[in-house]
Structure formats: structure tokens, C-alpha cells
Design a protein around this ligand. Structure first.
Ligand code: SF4
Ligand code: SF4
Length: 159
């Protein structure tokens, strides 16, 4: 796993960072979570993992990013933080780091970070919206197709 982390650090250019801080300046995490924590910010994560790719002790800090692409778009040095985060989380999940993630209630596939999910629920005041959030797009589509199928058969069954 450690070799693989090193590989994705290099593949996504984390070592090209100029320490300009633009990524943290445009990152929406501050507005979304209501607080700024350097260790969770793109600048903080890039600094830590480009110096020591094996430093995943504060694993929770790696599950706040919203993978929105803003930092990657504005980075003057080609650091692909969004791509890095996506690949790193896939790797963490493959190696059993599942505590900070939420999975689709219908099929069990990875949905989003737990902090992001909880914050969405808080913002949207839970209830029905919370239930809808906890199912992935594919399962929502399947359930929609099943409903359409049932509706298509229903009139025939009544005949
Ligand atoms: S915007 Fe790019 S170069 Fe600047 S601190 Fe962030 S990752 Fe580094
Ligand atoms: S991809 Fe993550 S770190 Fe980058 S701007 Fe979006 S939320 Fe912030």
C-alpha cells in the first residue's frame, strides 16, 4: 500500500507544489464545514503527503475533501489534488479503511465521506432527504426502472 501511495503522489504531481496556497484559498470546505483546519486543507495534505507519502496516521483528515475540482483547476503547478484524493480513497477502501466513508444502503458501493454525508444531512434537515442521500445513483436508477417495469406490467396483470 505504501508503494502505491507514493506512486499516486507522483502521478498526480503533488511534488510539483509551489506552496502558493491558491488551492486552500478557493477550496469550498471552509464554507461547507464552517471551519478551516490546515491539516485537512489541500495545501496541508499536499505538504504532508508529498514529504511523507506514508503519513496517513490522521486518516480522518483525508475524508473531508469534496472532490470538487476547484483546487486542481486553479493550481498553477499542475497538482491534481482532486484526482489524487479520489485514487487515495479508493486505495484506503481496498485496504479496509472504511470508518470514515458512507456506503450505498442498497448495493453497498462507496458513496461519499461520512463527514460530508452528515453535513449534508444537517444542512438539509434529515428526514426523507437523508434517505435519498444514502443511496447511490445506480441504485436510484435501478429502482426507478423497476417501478416503471411494474407500472408497465400492472394493467396487463389486472386484465
Ligand atoms: S495551488 Fe498548487 S502549487 Fe499552490 S499550494 Fe496548492 S497544490 Fe501547491
Ligand atoms: S477538490 Fe477538495 S481540496 Fe480541492 S477545492 Fe475541492 S474540496 Fe477543496
Amino acid at each position: 500500500m505504501k508503494t502505491k501511495i507514493k506512486q499516486i503522489v507522483l502521478e498526480n504531481n503533488l511534488n510539483y507544489c509551489l506552496e502558493c496556497g491558491k488551492c486552500s484559498a478557493v477550496c469550498p470546505m471552509l464554507d461547507f464545514y464552517g471551519e478551516y483546519v490546515y491539516d485537512r486543507s489541500p495545501r496541508g495534505v499536499v505538504e504532508r503527503l508529498s514529504l511523507d507519502p506514508e503519513d496517513i496516521e490522521d486518516e480522518e483528515g483525508l475524508w473531508y475533501c469534496l472532490v470538487c475540482h476547484e483546487c486542481t483547476f486553479f493550481c498553477p503547478s499542475g497538482v491534481n489534488f482532486q484526482g489524487f484524493m479520489t485514487e487515495l480513497r479508493e486505495l484506503l477502501l481496498q485496504h479496509g479503511y472504511r470508518n470514515h466513508a458512507v456506503f450505498c444502503h442498497a448495493c453497498g458501493s462507496y458513496l461519499m465521506p461520512k463527514k460530508e454525508f452528515e453535513n449534508f444531512q444537517k444542512i438539509l434537515e434529515g428526514g426523507k432527504t437523508g434517505e435519498l442521500l444514502s443511496v447511490c445513483q445506480r441504485c436510484k436508477k435501478n429502482s426507478y426502472v423497476e417501478t416503471l417495469y411494474k407500472l408497465a406490467l400492472w394493467p396487463k396483470a389486472k386484465r
